[in-house]
Ligand binder design. Structure first.
Ligand SMILES: Cc1cc2nc3c(=O)[nH]c(=O)nc-3n(C[C@H](O)[C@H](O)[C@H](O)COP(=O)(O)OP(=O)(O)OC[C@H]3O[C@@H](n4cnc5c(N)ncnc54)[C@H](O)[C@@H]3O)c2cc1C
Length: 598
């Protein structure tokens, strides 16, 4: 029954699409709230259209350019809501294979996902396509795997130019690099740090991933099943280093990307990098900035900071608190890093005061875990046979706007479970919120990637008065004190600026030019019109993993799940360009985006 219904619907959808019947396709969607999320397959972009008008708009723009969609199979899925029928389907266009998921209500689509999976003729060499690895016959001048790896190391970036250059060998650059390797895009990754994995190793000593293991796998190579739920940061660094080696990624470490400029005539970048004292010019066609969502440190200019006699540093430079026992430490900021560092300082017998300027969304890690254990990334899901790639598609089949009610429901459930905790926290004077519309961390992460704390213990220390909190701004810094706008003077030996990071397009300004950064506009954020995420509504993360207003320039990053999932979409877009596959884009990026924010 379910199979028939999903099958009937998707066949009707394909028939109307293939007839370029925009109104016919739209009529298959619910009248009112409905969404079509397309990841590359139809739009050669990452887009979500909303309402029947949005659906018709997408069909009108793309149907003739994409050509017929053929449905190659359907698989029903268990309903996740009463009265809802849902299921998977596979499809092909003339150039790619895709996978999708549809949720039907009263026979009409509430949500539809169309997601590209592979380019026809450029399939990855996995499974039955895996290479032989050996030549079982006598060969003069036999070339071994090592010979081939050494040749690439000697030539790539010198006599052979990479088609794609990825700046940044964090999890983002590595996940994308692995996809590129498999799909056959000659790619060089550069990173300023000495060893792959150092971006995690160099973070504060006490840090463990905040997300549990089921959500954190990199593409192709999942963590073994004895891996701890929350990975310690150095273990993560080692995993990344091993991953780069196993996936045979071509990486130059200790290499700083200094400058990049686009040559419109050659349609190539000129990228200046410094490696081992040598200045090298690279000429890739595609440039990916995987330089980190939390990249450029933001340190406020506070009068008198230069006169401070103690130690002061940005949270990303926190050396570990062992040396600060007995010291009076002021942590400026009240989000995740501020809490983690304050807890680390407390554990090492420091005297800690946190300065909070605006409310923080605080959710206990243990409560998130309760929710996660019921979700697609959990041991229960693994036991039920759900593969990570399918979990990714299921989660991403839900458009951002449609996630908000569930985020709110979860947030309200957590407020009830943890009522006593929040009462204690409120009594301590700590200011917290659940986001402007109670979408809590889910909302804040996608909109601004800041403003929250996943509580792993520091909130109890605040509630118990072990970590003191003061509110308001910092007016000035003196030789041995931090003076607040309230007039209070806090004696200080150490100041930690847990004041966050600049926007990702700051990387474009730093490495390319202000003009290009302005042309691209803001990265990240959905256009929700909430704090730090100005409208208009876009429905997808701005400029991430999709074409930007600058030819040949891409942004990649985010948490592990985003790096894993969207690296496929970015790799497919780049491979298509390399192979000359037509990529007719729906809503090509324009310069009419919100201006670069500070
Ligand atoms: C304290 C903290 C905790 C976090 N916890 C989690 C978590 O639990 N789970 C999760 O999924 N995410 C977490 N994140 C968020 C995010 O996943 C990480 O920031 C992650 O490291 C991002 O990976 P990335 O590859 O995008 O960037 P990064 O890891 O920041 O890597 C960027 C790389 O680019 C290099 N680079 C930058 N500029 C240049 C240049 N000009 N030339 C050469 N190289 C350059 C840097 O050296 C760096 O290695 C956390 C972030 C922070 C700050």
């Amino acid at each position: 029954m379910n199979a028939m219904d999903v099958e009937t619907w998707i066949e009707a959808f394909a028939a109307a699409f293939n007839a370029a019947d925009a109104d016919g396709v739209a009529a298959l969607f619910a009248d009112g709230e409905c969404y079509w999320r397309d990841l590359v397959a139809v739009s050669w972009n990452l887009v979500t259209v909303e309402g029947r008008a949005g659906v018709a708009d997408l069909v009108r723009a793309q149907a003739a350019k994409i050509g017929p969609i053929t449905i190659t199979g359907t698989v029903p899925a268990a309903s996740t809501a009463a009265g809802q029928i849902e299921g998977w389907y596979n499809f092909e266009t003339s150039v790619l294979r895709g996978k999708g998921y549809v949720r039907l209500r009263d026979g009409l689509a509430w949500t539809l996902l169309t997601a590209a999976q592979e380019l026809i003729g450029f399939e990855e060499p996995g499974g039955r396509r895996r290479p032989e690895g050996a030549v079982h016959k006598p060969l003069k001048n036999r070339r071994t795997w090592t010979d081939e790896r050494e040749e690439i190391a000697a030539t790539l970036g010198h006599s052979v130019q990479p088609y794609c250059l990825i700046v940044g060998a964090g999890q983002g650059g590595l996940a994308l690099g692995a996809r590129m390797k498999r799909i056959g895009v000659p790619t060089l990754i550069v990173d300023s740090l000495p060893k792959v994995g150092d971006s995690w190793r160099s973070r504060y000593r006490s840090l463990c991933l905040h997300d549990p293991v089921w959500i954190d796998h990199l593409p192709y190579l999942p963590f073994p099943d004895h891996w701890p739920v929350y990975t310690p940061k150095d273990k993560m660094g080692d995993w990344l280093e091993a991953y780069a080696m196993i996936m045979e990624l071509d990486i130059w470490t200790s290499t700083i990307c200094r400058k990049a400029s686009w040559d419109e005539r050659d349609r190539r970048w000129t990228v200046i990098v410094e490696r081992g004292g040598e200045t090298i010019t690279l000429k890739p066609h595609q440039l990916v900035l995987a330089t980190g969502l939390s990249g450029i440190k933001q340190v406020p200019a506070i009068p008198g900071a230069e006169s401070f006699q103690g130690i002061q540093f940005h949270s990303s430079d926190h050396p570990g608190a062992e040396q600060f026992g007995g010291k009076r430490c002021i942590v400026i900021g009240a989000n995740n890093s501020a809490h983690d560092i304050a807890e680390d300082l407390w554990e090492n017998e420091a005297d800690v005061t946190m300065i909070q300027r605006s409310p923080t969304t605080v959710i206990k890690a243990s409560s998130l875990r309760v929710l996660q254990e019921k979700g697609y990334y959990s041991e229960a899901a693994v036991e039920a046979g759900l593969k990570t790639d399918d979990a990714d598609l299921l989660v991403n089949s839900m458009p951002f706007r449609a996630r908000e009610p569930a985020d709110r429901a979860n947030c309200r459930a957590i407020q009830l479970w943890d009522k006593a905790f929040y009462e204690r926290l409120a009594a301590s004077g700590f200011q917290f919120d659940f986001g402007e519309d109670e979408t809590a961390i889910g909302g804040k992460y996608m909109r601004r990637a800041s403003g929250y704390y996943i509580d792993v213990g520091a909130s109890d220390l605040i509630a118990d008065g072990e970590i003191r909190v003061r509110h308001g701004g910092v007016e000035r810094i003196e030789r041995n004190a931090v003076v607040l706008t309230t007039g209070e003077s806090l004696p200080a030996d150490v100041i930690v600026y847990a004041t966050g990071y600049g926007p990702m397009n700051g990387w474009a300004e730093m490495l390319i030019s202000k003009e290009v950064a302005d042309k691209i506009g803001q990265c990240w954020g959905l256009g929700s019109g909430t704090a730090m995420d100005p409208g208009p509504w876009e429905g997808e993360l701005r400029n991430m993993w999709k074409p930007t207003a600058q030819d040949g320039l891409w942004f990649h990053g985010g948490n592990l799940v985003q790096s894993r999932f969207h690296s496929l979409h970015l790799a497919l877009q780049i491979k298509a360009r390399m192979e000359g596959v037509a990529t007719p884009m729906f809503h090509p990026p324009t310069i009419e985006r919100p201006p670069l924010t500070a």
